[in-house]
Design a protein around this ligand. Sequence first.
Ligand SMILES: [Fe+2]
Ligand SMILES: [Fe+2]
Length: 260
Amino acid sequence: MKHAERERTQAATLPQGNIIRILLEQHAQIRELFVAVKASTGAPKQERFDELRELLAIHEVGEEMILRPVSKNTAGHEITDARNHEEDEATHVLAELEKMDVNSPEFETKLSRFEQAVSDHAEHEEHQEFPTVLAQRTEEELKRLGKRLLKAQKTAPTHPHPTAAGSPGMVKVAGPFAVTRTRRTLTTAETEAEVFAVSEQAAQGPSGASRKVNSTLRHAPSTPRPSGVGPSRSAKSTINASLTPNTVSESRYSPPATNS
Ligand SMILES: [Fe+2]
Ligand SMILES: [Fe+2]
């Protein structure tokens, strides 16, 4: 099973809004965007890379601000310091890639090395960090963390800021750069936030829930995305899952046994 597919399968075993579910889905999207960048040429390649850069930037900021303070206790300082260090390095490489011509051979070489580093980093998180958070926090806490993650990512900088990387405090200072974010970068994060609101309202009564579903669908991206690019497909499946009762298993996520 491919990495992205495995991550989506694991994510689907967790309840909507759970922070680890959201992060696993973002890992899958990041992997798919790497594939999409490599498969494109010309202007579309730049667009795919911009999507990848933005998702990576908000993903890592969210982890550093919301996940790390928790995993520092559940997994230990040594592990979280190592993850913060990897993210710091990734942010520097991402900032260098951002300045390059995406159609140059140099970009291709650097991107491939970067993809491997990002993949290794995700594996470390999924094996050493996520399982400890799932095991030591209640479902309620994990959903609350998921909500806070999505909120932080909505205002996170969408360009890499090497001086802020690896330091949650500095990441917060970089917040105002979020104004550069475009409509195109609407990701599962926002859809998940809407869907989570739907499930919360559904628990309170049917009328509020249907209003929220309509609002979610009205605000969905109006232009089709190229096939193979994660966000819109994932967003659709998330909405569908929210409309179908009992589609999400309550079983706990268990860490992957081996690399696929
Ligand atoms: Fe990370
Ligand atoms: Fe991650």
